[in-house]
Every structure is written in C-alpha cells, then in structure tokens.
Design a protein around this ligand. Structure first.
Ligand code: SF4
Length: 378
C-alpha cells in the first residue's frame, strides 16, 4: 500500500549514523572543537529532538537549545487569567484547543473552571466555534486564539466565514505570536552565545524561508529551515555547522532550507493573503520574556468587531508567575530544564508548576519525558 509520506525513509539508521559522524567531524575539524550553540524555536522540533535522542548523539561541544517555540508557553499569565475570567461570566461559552485547558493561571485553570461549572468547550478545529455560536444565539461564544503563523490562517478563515454568515455572537481573544521578530530579539540576548537557528518547518511553510533573511543578514546568524524527522534534523544541523564554520572564518550567514519538500522562499500565498486581510502586526508580550515589537497579530480594522477584548469586560489583576519557575531563562536559551531546582521534583507533567511542563511541546515536558535518562545537565 502506498502512503502519502514514508516516515521510514527519514529514519534510516545508516543515514543517521553517517550524518552524526559528519556532525562530529565538522565540530572537530572545521570548528576546531570550539563550542557551538544552536537553537530551535518550534515546539514540534523540541519534542522531535528529545524523542529521537538527538542530544545524546551530539559531540560534547554542541548545545541544542529550546527557544520560545511552544505557543502555550509564551502566552502571558494575564492572557490566561483573562480567558479564565471570561469563562466565569454568565452567558459566555469559552472555546479553546485542548492544550490550553491545564495551563495554570494565577489562581485556576480552564480545566478547573469547567469542573466547577463554567461552559468551557474543547475544539478540534476553530470552525466548530461558528457552529456553537449558531446553536447558541443567546450566548457569547469566545475562542481563545493562541498560536503562531500556523494557527493564524485557520482562525482568520473562521472569522471571515463567521462574517459571511452574519454570526455576531462569536469573538476571539487575539493572543497570537509571530516568529521572525522573536528571532531578532533572541539574537540580541546578552550572556549566552548563539551560533544558528533551526528554523521552524510548519511556520515557514506559511511565511516562507525569506522571512528570516533580515535576521540572518543583520545578526550574521545562520538560519536553516528544517523538517521534523530525525534525518531532517540531523541534516539541518550539518547545514548549520557548515555555515557556522564559514561565519567564524569571516564569511556571511544566510538562510537555507533543508525542508524543501514543504517550504518555499515565498511561503503560502493564500494563507498569507488571509492573514493580511484579517490581522495586522502589533507589539506582543511573550510570557517571561517581555514585549517584542511587531511579534503579534491583532484584528485589522475590517474585522475588529471580532476582538473579544472589546466585548468581554473582565478585570485581570497583575500577578507574578509561579515562584522558582525559570521558564523564561530556558526559552531565552540561558538555562536548560535540568537547571531548574523544581524539575522532576515539585514540577512534573502531572503536577506542573510552569507552562513549559504543562504543554506537551514545552521544553521541560519534553526533557522530562525523553532526555532525563540520556543527558546530563549541560
Ligand atoms: S521545571 Fe517546571 S518550574 Fe521549572 S522551569 Fe520547567 S516548568 Fe518552570
């Protein structure tokens, strides 16, 4: 039986062995054993690297860091609190993807609110929110919009469809983030070296690899858009190390695409068009990181009536994150999960303290599940 995508072709042991040998050779010979730090900024990469045990195969001088690639992890506490507060209002049906349910706000979670009687519904696709709104015309249906450029087009399509159908009791919390400007900010973080980006495959399929060219040029930092299979990731690391050697010899960094079976330089024109119609770029706050200019999406003038922040009036007190949690430093590449004193003790996937352990795509959850046995704290 033929399959759409042959995963086994990307898990060949001889090819993996050859790529791992090449990585060791590049670090030893071209880079003279000098340390190299590479960062991925995609939750799917975070999990794929850990699941395949790739860290344990790397030479001692090569560090693989997990940046802020998990959308749930970068959603500020105040935004989670706002969604929780909205769910408590009479006449509100709060809809969300499942990964937001257990994320702790300052006092509660959406899961707890649902158990206590709030009407919180998990969606498998945002278009379901339209059906719920049409079935419940007396209620305000609110969707918690969390995600990167991979999520924004489907939410945009939902809003366009709702407008077309004349649905007026549906709105969205626009908590969206965008990747390229975050890479600029991360390149400027003082106190930790960063030699290259493993750029996200899914996001790049939407925005195109060209979106990283300003970052590569301005910071002279190599960027390689990489797929998610073990061989993709190993091949992406080889491409990055080749570039790091060029940069350290005085050359210039560029954007390359290892994941060319899914990503073009220009991206997906239909998805980009609907994003441009429904949203406009705005400054956005990233949890534990702060405000990154032009790194978010809010509604354009034409669709501003769908902004739940204007319809749902809730007070959200300012509160600090969980004490002792170092998710922010982990996402900035300054620390790793095993540096956190709460890791695998007070904080586990069952009893998570911070967002990086709650989300399956968080660095702490991936480390807890896959890396604990195979790596030492770097
Ligand atoms: S182990 Fe838990 S408390 Fe520590 S940084 Fe990760 S999520 Fe935060």
């Amino acid at each position: 039986m033929s399959t759409f995508f042959d995963h086994e072709a990307f898990r060949s042991e001889p090819e993996a062995t050859a790529l791992v040998s090449r990585i060791h050779e590049l670090l030893r010979e071209k880079l003279k054993g000098e340390p190299v730090s590479l960062m991925e900024v995609c939750g799917t990469h975070t999990v794929a690297i850990s699941r395949a045990g790739i860290r344990s195969l790397m030479p001692g001088g090569l560090k693989l860091l997990s940046g802020p690639g998990c959308p749930v992890c970068v959603t500020p506490l105040a935004e989670i609190d706002r969604a929780i507060a909205a769910s408590r209002l009479q006449g509100v049906i709060l809809t969300t993807f499942g990964d937001m349910m257990r994320v702790p706000g300052s006092e509660s979670t959406l899961e707890r609110e649902k158990a206590e009687g709030a009407d919180v519904r998990i969606l498998y696709g945002p278009l379901q929110a339209i059906e719920i709104a049409e079935e419940n015309p007396e209620s305000q249906v609110v969707f918690v919009g969390v995600g990167f450029e991979t999520t924004s087009p489907t939410i945009a399509a939902t809003v366009v469809e709702a407008a077309r159908r004349g649905v007026t009791n549906l709105s969205v919390f626009p908590f969206f983030k965008t990747v390229p400007r975050a890479l600029d900010m991360l390149a400027r973080v003082p106190g930790r070296p960063l030699d290259g980006y493993i750029c996200p495959g899914h996001v790049s399929a939407i925005i195109g690899s060209g979106a990283y060219e300003p970052t590569a040029t301005e910071h002279n930092i190599p960027c390689v858009v990489t797929g998610f299979e073990p061989l993709d990731i190993l091949a992406g690391i080889v491409m990055l190390l080749e570039q790091v050697a060029i940069v350290r010899a005085g050359g210039r960094a560029k954007v390359e695409t290892q994941y060319s079976r899914a990503v073009t330089r220009e991206g997906n024109p239909a998805a980009l068009a609907i994003i441009a119609d429904v949203f406009e770029e705005c400054d956005a706050e990233w949890r534990e990181i702060g405000v990154i200019p032009m790194s978010g999406h809010e509604f354009s003038e034409r669709y501003r009536s769908f902004d739940a922040r204007d319809r749902i009036d809730v007070e959200v007190p300012k509160s600090a994150g969980p004490s002792g949690c170092i998710c922010g430093e982990i996402m900035l590449g300054q620390k790793t999960p095993t540096d956190c004193p709460l890791f695998a003790g007070r904080c586990t996937p069952r009893e998570a303290v911070g967002p990086c352990m709650v989300s399956t795509e968080g660095a702490c959850a991936a480390f807890y599940k896959y890396d604990r046995q195979t790596t030492e704290a770097p």
